[in-house]
Design a protein around this ligand. Structure first.
Ligand SMILES: Cc1cc2nc3c(=O)[nH]c(=O)nc-3n(C[C@H](O)[C@H](O)[C@H](O)COP(=O)(O)OP(=O)(O)OC[C@H]3O[C@@H](n4cnc5c(N)ncnc54)[C@H](O)[C@@H]3O)c2cc1C
Length: 518
């Protein structure tokens, strides 16, 4: 039996890709009823996102989807780049033995969608095979016309979040356009099944003898799948380039070159070109944009899905607070300010990576060749080849940042920064600080126990006995484990403010002055 759309819902989410499904799960955790309207009949097929960052793993952890992800995904910490046949870079991402999550996990996008969907819980449903056709904005909400298997339906929602991807219907309905740049350079994306004993790493070859003039990337995925991305020449016809008779010999030649001799079969072939596009604002009254509906960033550096999950993590707690009457509506403006800033940073990094991975003209090609030639003998040049993978962006000028106060040993936990991680000892065993994020505000108290009784705020007193590795006091910028200090961490794990001493007044003021409290 087909499900029936309700007539009214607090939050409608257009699009049940990884961002829409994760947002739905996050909102449900915050007690907000929502529906996801998804045009397809199930999870995405084929090869799209495969590299999931530590930050994304944390966000999925807020809804309990991390265990399945870690169990299935292939964690990794670094990679190797080659120029022709010579290794010119072996990079490692920041990683430590006490870490909660690997810096990066390889897993197919449809698995992320499945885990996020399973984490949705009560209060949310996905309406598969339902397509948003039109959006009408009106006082206090929106009215959606939806094509369902039983014909046209109407749904009123107080809030709408457009997570309907790069070709967003909601964007079109509101008459909005993405702004930015598209690159010409094309990559063929191929998934093959082949057993291998290789460690899980990001592997890159520039101008390899197997495919002279091309660039090839390889990532292992679960279930004995290799993802192979290779650049095609500018004069190649993209339709010809994806024909199996043209793809398979190139893949075979490369597997031969690197000595992978197990039998293999192709699973997926598609083509990709990089884009750096964004909406200038992600809030339009009661309509928000998140994920690819809001921005398209190059795959190099893996910032697409990863930044979309950060959008969801940023929006969910704010929307929940406003819906529950705990914060004024103006709090929602900060979603757009912060996430547009993040996109602009991601685009800047992504554009640099694209210019290296798919040089847009002769000058860039020449510069890349010179860098790679030098990197063979000069280790100092090698950092220029580092792929600079996705990492959470600091909200430097966020309206939610409390004014900076005092002098600190470092800037890791300055207002607007993602909260540093620390392994702590609790009465029931060790735990990571990041595991306490995702739900409420967190006041970290060093060197004492302040009197702080605010709704939706958990106080965590961090004593020297808990911080046995000294990770917390060092990373939060203190000069010793007993130095009194307060740090206010937002529900999405960003530092809002920090103060020397244990006087709760500036923390309360920060929540009031920034408009977080109603
Ligand atoms: C080859 C490739 C490799 C990539 N690798 C990475 C990577 O390693 N790491 C990374 O972070 N990102 C990567 N990305 C980017 C990543 O795939 C996207 O950023 C991600 O899919 C965005 O998720 P989303 O939920 O915003 O949009 P989508 O995944 O596009 O989901 C949108 C959903 O909305 C539905 N929809 C569309 N229109 C309607 C409508 N009118 N009504 C209802 N539903 C609708 C669609 O069916 C779809 O399910 C890659 C992308 C590609 C193409």
């Amino acid at each position: 039996m087909n499900q029936t759309l309700p007539e009214h819902i607090p939050v409608a989410i257009a699009g049940g890709g990884p961002v829409g499904l994760t947002l739905s799960a996050l909102l449900t955790r915050q007690g907000v009823a929502n529906v996801v309207i998804e045009a397809d009949e199930g999870y995405c097929s084929g090869s799209r996102a495969i590299c999931i960052s530590r930050r994304s793993q944390e966000i999925l952890g807020w809804v309990g989807a991390d265990a399945a992800l870690v169990a299935k995904g292939l964690g990794w910490v670094g990679g190797r780049s080659h120029f022709r046949q010579t290794e010119v870079l072996h990079f490692q991402m920041p990683s430590e033995p006490t870490q909660r999550f690997a810096p990066m996990v390889n897993i197919q996008q449809f698995s992320i969608e499945e885990f996020a969907h399973q984490a949705m819980g009560e209060g949310a449903s996905v309406f598969w095979n339902h397509r948003v056709r039109s959006v009408k904005r009106q006082e206090g909400g929106v009215t959606l016309t939806v094509d369902s298997p039983d014909g046209e339906r109407t749904l009123r929602a107080d809030w709408l979040v457009a997570c309907d991807g790069g070709r967003s219907t909601v964007r079109e309905q509101l008459g909005l356009q993405l702004e930015g740049t598209q690159y010409e350079g094309r990559y063929v994306i191929v998934d093959i099944r082949q057993k291998t004993q290789r460690p899980v790493e990001r592997l890159a070859w520039f101008d390899p003898p197997s495919n002279p003039g091309s660039t090839i990337l390889m990532h292992r995925q679960p279930d004995d799948v290799w993802r192979i991305d290779y650049q095609i020449r500018d004069d190649e016809d993209p339709l010809e380039a994806v024909k199996p008779e043209n793809v398979l010999p190139r893949v075979q030649s490369h597997l031969d070159m690197i000595g992978e001799t197990e039998p293999w079969e192709p699973l997926w072939i598609s083509i990709y070109n990089a884009k750096c596009l964004t909406l200038p604002s992600y809030r339009h009254g009661r309509v928000f944009f998140a994920g690819d509906a809001a921005h398209l960033v190059p795959i190099f550096g893996v910032r697409g899905l990863n930044s979309g999950l950060d959008d969801a993590g940023n929006l969910a707690w704010k929307l929940a607070r406003v819906i529950r009457g705990r914060s004024p509506e103006a709090l929602l403006d900060s979603y757009s300010v912060e996430r547009v800033h993040a996109t602009r940073e991601n685009i800047a990094y992504g554009a640099k990576s694209t210019e290296f991975m798919a040089p847009p003209n002769f000058a860039y090609r020449l510069m890349r060749e010179a860098t790679l030639r030098l990197a063979v003998s000069d280790p100092q040049v090698r950092s220029l080849i580092n792929p600079r993978q996705s990492s959470p962006i600091t909200y430097v000028d966020s309206p939610l940042n409390a004014p900076r106060s005092g002098v600190w040993a470092n800037e890791l936990a300055a207002p607007g920064a993602p909260s540093p991680e620390a392994l702590l000892q609790g009465p029931h065993g060790s735990f990571h600080l990041s595991s306490r994020c995702g739900h409420r505000f967190l006041a970290l108290a060093f060197g004492g126990h302040p009197v702080l009784d605010l709704p939706d705020l958990e106080v965590l007193a961090i004593t020297a006995a808990m911080d046995t590795l000294g990770q917390a006091w060092r990373r939060f910028g203190l000069r010793g484990p007993d130095e009194p200090a307060l740090v206010l961490v937002r529900p999405d794990g960003y530092v809002m403010g920090r103060w020397h001493g244990l006087d709760p007044a500036p923390l309360r003021a920060a929540l009031n002055d920034t408009g977080v409290l109603a």
